[in-house]
Design a protein around this ligand. Structure first.
Ligand code: E4P
Length: 218
């Protein structure tokens, strides 16, 4: 299973990368705005800064929603660095663009996926990654994990090569359940990755080991 971090915050990206378990970074326009990044040049420079930190792939989202605009923007993003994966929304022109990028050897991440039908369409178009948003489904009383199970099953039925990238992951149990279900990748905030470290018996056991060692060696 691959771990991507879902943020545009450079310090968090560094911290996750230093842990040695990071396989990629995903961003979106809201995450960029949250870091106060605005204006084309600043956005481009921020993607470059992320690529300088990690030796891993970096999803950069297009803003255009028409075919020509998505192609133009996606090509500019892809040119920035070999690590860039062009993130394209699940809309009609987005699917056409994913098909085009796939024929040009440009990797894509199809984003804003909420149904198995959308997942089939994106795989048919040749998306490299598919981002079903599980937390946002949970928010409206649909089971996001059910969607992951359905998509993994469908992709296995047909041998689709599109990787299932579980997105909108809100807590550690989302991540663990996605692993059980066979998602290829999860993208999540830093706190979800570091949250995996925690267990009170680990803390208690370590304290005991250190105390026993200190007693025996005084
Ligand atoms: C995916 O690539 C998105 O950036 C992200 O996972 C959305 O998560 P949210 O629902 O917590 O905003």
């Amino acid at each position: 299973m691959k771990f991507f971090i879902d943020t545009a915050n450079l310090n968090e990206i560094k911290e996750a990368y230093d842990l040695g378990v990071l396989d990629g970074v995903t961003t979106n326009p809201s995450l960029m705005a949250k870091e106060g990044i605005s204006g084309d040049e600043n956005v481009i420079n921020h993607y470059k800064a992320i690529c300088d930190i990690v030796d891993a792939n970096v999803s950069a989202e297009v803003i255009a929603t028409d075919f020509e605009g998505i192609i133009k923007e996606g090509k500019e993003l892809a040119k920035l660095d070999d690590k860039i994966v062009v993130k394209v929304p699940m809309i009609k022109d987005g699917i056409k663009a994913i098909k085009y990028f796939s024929s040009e050897g440009i990797r894509t991440n199809c984003t804003l996926v909420f149904s198995p039908g959308q997942a089939i369409l994106a795989a048919k178009a040749g998306a490299s990654y598919l981002s079903p948003f599980i937390g946002r489904l949970d928010d409206i009383s649909f089971d996001g994990l059910d969607l992951i199970a359905q998509i993994v099953h469908i992709y296995q039925n047909y041998g689709f090569e599109t990787e299932v990238l579980a997105a909108s992951v809100r807590h550690t149990m989302h991540l663990v359940k996605c692993a059980e279900l066979g998602a290829d990748v999860v993208t999540c905030p830093l706190k979800v990755i570091t949250g995996l470290l925690n267990h009170p018996l680990t803390d208690k056991g370590l304290a005991q080991f250190l105390a026993d060692h200190a007693k025996a060696n005084k």
